[in-house]
Write a protein that binds this ligand. Sequence first.
Ligand SMILES: *Cc1c(COP(=O)(O)O)cnc(C)c1O
Length: 503
Amino acid sequence: MGKITIDRGLARRQIPQLNEASVPGRRGWKLDGASADRAALQNAAAADRSLFADTAPALPELSELDVVRHFTQLSGLNHSVDNGFYPLGSCTMKFNPRINESVAALDEFTGLHPLTEAENCQGILALLHELEEKLCLLLGYSRFSLQPAAGAQGEYVGLIVIRAWHEDRGDHERREILIPDSAHGTNPASAAAAGFDVVVLPSDEDGCLRAETVRKAAGPRTAGLMLTNPNTLGLFEHEVQEIAAAVHEAGGLVYYDGANANAIIGRVRPGDMGFDVCHLNLHKTFSTPHGGGGPGAGPVGVRAGLEDFLPGPFVTRREDGSYAWEEPAKSAGPVHAWYGNSLVLLKALAYIRMLGGAGCREASGMAVLNANYVAHELAAYWQLAKPGPVMHEAVFSGKKLRDRTGLLTLDVAKRLIDYGIHPPTVYFPLIVPEALMVEPTETESLETLDHFIAVMRQIHDEMEENPDLLREAPQHAAISRPDETQAARRPVLTWLQQERGDS
Ligand SMILES: *Cc1c(COP(=O)(O)O)cnc(C)c1O
């Protein structure tokens, strides 16, 4: 195979700030003088004059075309799933089919007011009810609350449901949540936010949690255990049912972090594994664009007996076939208005409907196959953190390479940017030194995976032959490598600060 050339698509461009591009007197659009003045006079009459500024604000003066070009060029500096491979482990950056967007953008949905009477919005209620039914079927639960707006908020909801259940039984001493050391950082954070004490359990040599470890730690103070499965090493926990049983024996409940459900959908169900409560990341497992903070959806499912504690309202189907809102009897409390991010929910439903049951099963199979292919093809270059096979993602360790060449996983990540590939998740999970966590997802073609593998092997060669290429990477992106210490300690956040030379 020939040498792979650097991607110059993101070559450094000088895009001036709007303030720098400003030309005095240039206008894009101007209000008709008379009406603008009339509006200004009306507002001024009602306003407190002491609040008026003496001088006009220093706004940039530009034409409409200047502004359009500015933002279009800036958007071209972003890397996204739509313009390149994005194997970000744990975050599942898969393709988001456009049909989802068309569905969610229908005026009939975007124009709805949340206070619309149930009888006047039966359509969306029927769809939300259908989504809940499908999630119950796919994950093995009795009911789902669609309200949480993110995975982490789903965790929080799951935990307050667990607490409400214990309190309802008059069991007030259960203050502890058990969490393995391989967990996503949001797990201990959510437990702390919900007011619990976190007990960290060590995972075993093979990266999995032992039921024996759980048995020793669980007791009368245990409210529950949170387990991610497949775990953050991309491994399916070997003793998952024994672990659930050990917590139940101690009187606690078990929580399934289902953010990685794209590895299991259509194959096994957390409800069948013995988990009482589970959250999903619809924005990972069932597509919908995410990153940059949202919007997301982290519905929470519970087994029979826990439904009453979920946040309300639910959408319930009446006997006559119509849909109504219903408040759960002992709700732990709402965490978002109404049903949460309803348009994200509709996108997820469109995705599930498009795939159907068999398609969901095939998708999880492809996610696992793709990850194992990458793991197999790169294992001779980067050491697998734990022996495979893996599930939907493969975690490598760059420790041996670091010890030999002095180059870090961070350098590899930066060099990938030069090839137009978004770096995988790095330095997570924390239990793997120099971790590199690759999640190719099911939507990538064999050609894309082969290209990524070839690039990674070439970077491996560069580590020996021309290490400066890695140390100085990225050379071909919008910005080169920032000084991360200075960026944290002395961030330059605004144009004005820069101009005045403030820190
Ligand atoms: C992404 C993720 C979360 C958090 O989900 P957000 O939507 O980002 O809040 C929690 N657990 C695991 C395992 C995840 O991968």
